[in-house]
Design a protein around this ligand. Sequence first.
Ligand SMILES: Nc1ncnc2c1ncn2[C@@H]1O[C@H](COP(=O)(O)OP(=O)(O)OP(=O)(O)O)[C@@H](O)[C@H]1O
Length: 328
Amino acid sequence: MGGFGVDLGTANTVVVQPKRGIVFDEPSVMLARADEPTVPILVGEDARQLIGRTPVGFQTVRPLQDGVIVDLESARSFIVAILRKARQHVWSGLRRRAVIGVPTGATTLECRALLEAGHEAGLRKVALLPEPVAGALGSGIDPLEPRAHLVVDVGGGTAEITGFCYGGILASRTCRVAGDELTRTLSQYLRSEHQLVVGDLTAENLKVAMDALADPPLIVEGRDGATGRARLVTLENDEVKEALRTTVDEIVQTLTSCLEDLPAQAVGDIMSHGVLAIGGGALMSGFTQLLEEHFGFPVKLADRPLTCVAEGASVAMMHPEVLAAYGG
Ligand SMILES: Nc1ncnc2c1ncn2[C@@H]1O[C@H](COP(=O)(O)OP(=O)(O)OP(=O)(O)O)[C@@H](O)[C@H]1O
């Protein structure tokens, strides 16, 4: 069966084909000339490497913000470019169809922009599926069963929580503070507390490294804010966690507030089966434990939190009943 399951994220884009698995998994970034911002020269990881070191006359463009398209032309060029890259693995002249994950909180206009970008990129048929439903499907959950599920998705631009059951959404809350804001918080912290200026990539690597860090301190390279000279700063794991605490609390509070909107019976289902956590931000050290403390019931990190949305979108192509219930 042809076609693509696509998670077009603010931070990363993943494309899955039903028979071949993941055919593209790279940052949602493209490099373009400043005077032609919608014509990509580099796409994905190659373009990301130039963030913070972009030569004069070029710019790095992120076609999505907060999980939705902000500029139709850039988004269309980006989709064309990633599908071309994906096709290097499987060349095909056929016009394919696709299921694309979309934030539950996306407006009709934002959904239309995504559909238009897909069609303009040459896709024959495009259907949309809420990302939490796709993530659940990609994690082996049947979203049509008559039992409530709660999915937390912490991405780059948004953190979302969605309750759904038997083909319908029960409740949903969105927080436009997520992984990328945590990176910015860390960058600002280094500047204000250590007078160290670092690039976005360094701040993000530090945030992700905290995950793997047990006891050894972390060494960060940057530029001294006063003298401009290169300097190293040593940070303890706990210091990084503390620097991120206020932003993490903001995300957790929005997510837990969704419980108020859920019917009591649904809360019972979730208490006995737990919450599913997806998205790269959920990988942050201690995040699922913190959520468990606030929810009061178990939170399970998906087996493949970064790719399950695209995997579920790919599975949905073979389940038109799921698309009919949740998508379009
Ligand atoms: N091990 C990790 N620890 C902490 N954060 C991580 C880790 N791995 C990835 N991230 C963060 O997860 C975010 C990207 O997650 P993901 O790819 O799910 O987002 P997205 O789908 O592109 O975004 P959105 O859902 O907002 O459109 C980034 O902010 C990245 O820094």
